[in-house]
Unconditional design. Structure first.
Length: 145
């Protein structure tokens, strides 16, 4: 019998003669003491025959809080560091900066100064498609689309 069942069996109250009288309407009891002893033996045998699932068994050695935390922390560790991938916004920004850096385009600060706009406003105009750059040697141009 497992330790859990032993614990349960040791802490169950014994069957008393008063409890045996409950059965007097159903069965004829000649000796209440003997019947209580047999009923107690029957309950003990049934408890010994039960096999608990592993999740309900009491471990032989109880784990301390520090051991539990160390075990759980070890399960969370990995051999490789997580490297976040680029988001769509970051990829779009990289494409935009690559386009800005092409040789036929003015550098963005120069174009912003000539257009009398901030770099942020230039980015907003490009995003809103109010500004585009042609594939020519003339550089940036403001065109309505």
């Amino acid at each position: 019998m497992t330790r859990t069942l032993e614990f349960i069996a040791d802490h169950l109250p014994k069957v008393t003669v008063e409890e045996v009288r409950r059965f007097s309407d159903t069965v004829e009891i000649r000796d209440a003491q003997a019947f209580a002893a047999e009923l107690e033996a029957f309950v003990q045998e049934r408890l010994e025959s039960v096999e608990l699932p592993p999740s309900m068994k009491i471990p032989l050695e109880i784990e301390t809080v520090e051991q539990t935390l160390a075990r759980k922390a070890a399960a969370l560790r990995t051999d490789t560091r997580r490297v976040p991938g680029e988001t769509d916004i970051q990829r779009g920004r990289a494409v935009l900066l690559e386009a800005f850096g092409e040789s036929h385009n003015l550098p963005l600060p120069d174009f912003a100064r000539l257009a009398n706009k901030s770099r942020q406003q230039i980015y907003k105009d490009i995003k809103a498609r109010r500004l585009r750059w042609p594939k020519s040697e003339t550089g940036w141009c403001a065109q309505s689309v």
